[in-house]
Design a protein around this ligand. Structure first.
Ligand SMILES: *Cc1c(COP(=O)(O)O)cnc(C)c1O
Length: 357
């Protein structure tokens, strides 16, 4: 692979007020781009100004959705370093999604080197307040100018960076979730375990209906029996029942979250009883009825840990832990963010310093 070339912008932007960043709205000055062509492989890795780019209206991604993405973060530590968290794990998952969507694999080292160089160049955009970060969005789209269904012969990979505010502007408070009983997100043998735009397109109408009823998110059940819990759609889900931490096993239709993996590894290290297994919505309601449902929380890169205070299923409502953040949710949140912001040491090799600030 050739050297990563750099073309600097001549119109550097202004970093918005850190208090008003929100999520996914602002972008830094540059982006990383790479092209693929059958026979040539991935080539021309480069850093260029963040700007519009052109595609033919016939570009395949616009018609048949052959695309994948990732989502990870860079943080400013209390001792002034720019660090990333488990980057290689995210990039390896990128390749897993690529396999599922018939997209050629990337070389993880090249893309990681491109990302680190991009972060170094745009480091002035990194916000500093606890809870803020640069959200990193790598994605690949199929670019053949062809209106027909096949695997594309050309692709473009991008990495864009979005400085983001604290997810918990209103504090670390539990959310209400609606259990979806009509629509399904994914089925066994489908593409549910890939990070691909189509899964999100498929989730929109359920999201709209949940919002209408005042719920922040949708909890998906399995696509066959609508009985077993799968995930939240942007987060994996955990339940603490009778001191056992339970999350649905990865069955092919659930996205294998990196935060999920982090939670499992930490909880096992702390000696908790941890299970990856099938769990039905009936089991959760029964555990609530007999007083053994202690906590529920979602896990994902954006929110890290998101306590669930209320579940609604077919009109039945269930309040968990008095709608308060539970001790396990809090301990996990503190441990993960502690490593990310440098207040706790990481002895697992999850945190990598990209540059001093
Ligand atoms: C990204 C994502 C998650 C969470 O994964 P993390 O790696 O922890 O951010 C969960 N479900 C879906 C469908 C996702 O796309």
């Amino acid at each position: 692979m050739s050297e990563i070339s750099v073309q600097m912008t001549n119109k550097p932007g202004t970093m918005p007020d850190e208090e008003k960043l929100g999520f996914g709205t602002y972008f830094t000055d540059h982006m990383f781009v790479m092209d693929y062509q059958t026979g040539k492989g991935w080539h021309s890795p480069r850093i260029v100004p963040y700007e519009e780019f052109s595609l033919f209206p016939s570009a395949m991604v616009l018609h048949y959705g052959q695309a994948i993405f990732e989502g990870m973060k860079a943080f400013k530590t209390c001792d002034n370093r720019l660090v990333v968290f488990r980057t290689r794990d995210y990039l390896q998952r990128f390749n897993r999604s690529a396999d599922i969507l018939c997209i050629p694999n990337i070389d993880v080292d090249t893309v990681q080197a491109g990302l680190f160089k991009l972060l170094e160049i745009d480091k002035r955009w990194l916000p500093g307040k606890l809870g803020t970060s640069i959200y990193i969005r790598p994605f690949i789209v199929a670019t053949d100018p062809y209106v027909g269904v096949k695997c594309s012969d050309t692709y473009k990979l991008f990495i864009i960076l979005s400085p983001s505010g604290t997810y918990y502007a209103q504090g670390f408070n539990p959310v209400g979730i609606r259990v979806e009983d009509k629509y399904v997100r994914a089925v066994p043998g489908g593409i549910g375990e890939a990070k691909t735009p189509g899964n999100y397109a498929a989730s929109l109408r359920a999201q709209v209906e949940a919002k209408k009823e005042g719920y922040a998110q949708v909890l998906w059940l399995d696509g066959v029996e609508r009985k077993y819990v799968e995930e939240v759609g942007t987060m994996n889900i955990f339940f603490k029942i009778n001191d056992e931490l339970i999350t649905p096993a990865l069955n092919g239709s659930i996205l294998g979250g990196i935060t999920r993996r982090t939670v499992l590894e930490l909880a096992r290290e702390w000696g908790m009883k941890v299970s990856e297994r099938q769990i039905s919505i009936d089991e959760i309601f029964a555990a609530h009825a007999n007083g053994t449902l202690q906590e529920a929380f979602g896990s994902g890169t954006a929110a890290v840990i998101s306590p669930v205070g209320e579940l609604s299923w077919k009109g039945q409502k269930l309040v968990i832990n008095n709608n308060q953040t539970g001790p396990t949710s809090q301990k996990l949140f503190d441990a993960v963010t502690g490593m990310q912001y440098g207040t706790m040491t990481d002895n697992r090799g999850w945190v990598n310093t990209v540059t001093k600030l």
